[in-house]
Design a protein around this ligand. Structure first.
Ligand SMILES: [Zn+2]
Length: 387
């Protein structure tokens, strides 16, 4: 199995240079299904009927609201506690580590759904809860462009989906250049992931601001962008004041605050990126390229099923913590629906996939437990690292 995946990576790598030239033109991509299948229309209708017949909301229920309170409290109360009581350094570090776990939980279970418009039927509540991204140090507009626009539309398409863009020393797509540093990414990937949210809180929004203006993803006027840039700066100042400035002002030694802040980000970065990896960059997903005319010859929904997998679906604690993002196929097919573990309606998916990735059917698909899923991801890093 590994050999064939590696061979396929090699073949696709040679096509990548041609594709890279094509990409300099930044053409829009269209999804065209040659068999004119009614797959998504039928599936959409069935899922809608499921919600109606069972009198279920597509948005946050009381349980999700309670979870929101728990996660936001778990993120902020340790900070208040350490400033108020100033325990020994070891205890302070443990509190920062706990905040890192809560920070990732807020990102996945609150911010993500709110900025998708899934948290509530009321756009104002989504907007309000979406501001939780500021508490993580990020810009809402940039996140929506990267995640809602690029990642959810062009999932696993190299040079379009920012989530699989190469990072220094890390290659996630079979269509980008292989470097010697990638040979050890099966183990050093975790080190790179540990600084991802730190990069996000500091430089990433500024880099994205420049890149999205250049490639046309950001369609704001110059005047709007001046305001947007000022907002990004304000978010960073606010964020660092709360999480670095306040503890220092409260009397915690500077080096202890820096060590704790870094630990929080290391933990949060690893959690967020691993959850993403398990859904998209594994050996079972595909990385389609558009034709020279910018066409993906597939229906968009089928493309989502080919590029996304579920994991650890029966782990209820994990499902709670990650906001159902272990049901990624359902999330990609219905990003505005918050409940994801849907039974019955996706019998329909079975007919369209011999290798079923859609878990709505109620069948356990790939990985029954999280450790097995991790091993699978590491195998993908190794394969991708060798090209
Ligand atoms: Zn999403």
């Amino acid at each position: 199995m590994r050999y064939f995946v590696r061979l396929s990576f090699t073949l696709r790598s040679s096509a990548s240079k041609i594709f890279f030239l094509f990409m300099a033109l930044i053409k829009p991509i269209r999804f065209i299904s040659l068999d004119k299948s009614q797959f998504y229309t039928t599936l959409h209708n069935r899922v809608d009927s499921y919600f109606k017949e069972n009198n279920l909301s597509k948005h946050a229920n009381a349980g999700v609201v309670v979870k929101t309170i728990i996660l936001l409290s778990a993120y902020f109360l340790p900070l208040v506690f350490m400033m108020w009581f100033q325990p020994a350094f070891g205890w302070t570090l443990a509190l920062w580590a706990f905040m890192g776990v809560a920070m990732a939980g807020v990102g996945m279970s609150v911010m993500h759904d709110a900025n998708h418009g899934a948290y509530s039927a009321n756009p104002r509540i989504n907007e309000l809860m979406g501001y939780s991204l500021i508490l993580l140090g990020g810009s809402i507009n940039n996140w929506k462009w990267q995640h809602n626009t690029l990642h959810h539309t062009f999932t696993n398409i190299a040079h379009y989906d920012d989530d699989i863009a190469d990072k220094p020393g890390l290659r996630l797509s079979p269509h980008t250049e292989v470097k010697s540093a990638h040979r050890t990414q099966w183990w050093h990937a975790i080190l790179i992931y540990s600084v991802v949210t730190l990069y996000w809180a500091t430089a990433k929004d500024f880099m994205q601001f420049a890149r999205y203006r250049r490639n046309g993803v950001n369609k704001n006027t110059d005047a709007q962008n001046r305001v947007f840039l000022a907002q990004i700066i304000a978010i960073k100042v606010f964020y660092f004041f709360i999480f670095v400035g306040l503890p220092i002002l409260a009397g915690i030694p500077v080096l202890q605050v820096i060590a704790g802040f870094l630990l929080m980000h290391f933990i949060c970065g690893i959690i967020l990126t691993i959850i993403f990896q398990l859904a998209h960059t594994v050996e079972e997903t595909t990385f389609p390229l558009p034709s020279a005319q910018g066409v993906i010859e597939n229906e968009w929904a089928i493309h989502q099923m080919n590029t996304t997998v579920n994991f650890s679906r029966h782990n209820r604690l994990l499902s709670w913590y990650v906001g159902g993002l272990n049901y990624q196929v359902e999330h990609h097919l219905f990003p505005k629906n918050l409940p994801r573990a849907l039974p019955a309606p996706c019998e329909h998916c079975r007919k369209h996939r011999s290798r079923i990735q859609c878990a709505i059917s109620g069948t356990q698909i790939f990985w029954p437990c999280t450790p097995l899923a991790f091993r699978h991801t590491s195998a993908f890093w190794e394969t991708a690292g060798y090209g």
